[in-house]
Design a binder for this molecule. Structure first.
Ligand SMILES: C[S@@+](CC[C@H](N)C(=O)[O-])C[C@H]1O[C@@H](n2cnc3c(N)ncnc32)[C@H](O)[C@@H]1O
Length: 205
């Protein structure tokens, strides 16, 4: 065992599932290592959906350690061809990325946007942006606190970006699986065929 380097040790012995059920297996560890291991290799071309919220390019270090600046872009973008290689021909990558702010300044960092652009344009990924979603959370705590709570010069940073990417223009998708009930006005339009309100009764309000 002492002769094995750390990576070899990881791929040789640490790759037992963290837990498993009849539905599948869960592995816990650095994505770059797990995907480079036998488990990742066996998944090539078989993954329908990669749904990920990677570490954001925050200026304050988190416990799990996050890269900054160009190191961050390079680190995350390395996954573009790896993820693309795992997908089925009509598979999807869905990635959430939050905002970041320049240290000590009321200025938003361009790093998240640059990273998403570099990811989707990675020359070996063959990806395209199918659709951008905004995850708006009005209940977010006030942040960045210095500019929202103390200087009162910015409003709460309350959204993250979610980019849906694929190696094809037509990944598996069906918006009928996420339909919402019609609004009252739409129900009225469907039943009356008109946008106009029914005439009010005389004496009515
Ligand atoms: C931005 S957080 C995700 C936050 C999550 N979406 C949420 O709303 O709570 C990033 C996560 O990625 C994990 N992480 C960091 N580096 C990683 C790596 N190399 N491979 C896999 N996961 C990693 C961290 O432990 C952390 O749980």
């Amino acid at each position: 065992m002492e002769n094995l380097n750390k990576d070899a040790l990881y791929s040789a012995s640490s790759l037992s599932p963290y837990y498993k059920t009849e539905m599948g297996e869960c592995y816990h560890g650095p994505a770059e290592k797990i995907l480079a291991s036998r488990v990742g290799q066996e998944l090539k071309g078989k993954v329908q959906l990669i749904l990920t919220s990677p570490p954001f390019p925050l200026n304050r270090q988190k416990q799990y350690g996050n890269y900054q600046g160009d190191d961050y872009i390079n680190w995350l973008c390395k996954f573009a061809p790896i993820f693309a290689g795992l997908l089925t021909p009509n598979g999807s990558i869905v990635m959430e990325l939050g905002n970041a702010w320049e240290p000590g300044r009321p200025v938003q960092s361009l790093l998240p946007l640059k990273t998403l652009l570099a990811f989707v344009e990675h020359p070996e990924g063959g990806l395209r942006l199918c659709q951008e979603f905004i995850c708006h959370n009005p209940a977010r705590l006030p942040s960045p606190a210095q500019w929202v709570n103390i200087k009162h010069s910015r409003v709460i940073d309350s959204f993250t970006r979610i980019w849906w990417m694929s190696t094809t223009d037509e990944p598996k998708a069906d918006n009928r699986r996420v339909l919402r009930p019609y609004s009252k006005s739409m129900e009225r339009l469907l039943s009356t065929g008109t946008h106009s309100q029914p005439p009010k009764k005389e004496g009515g309000r």
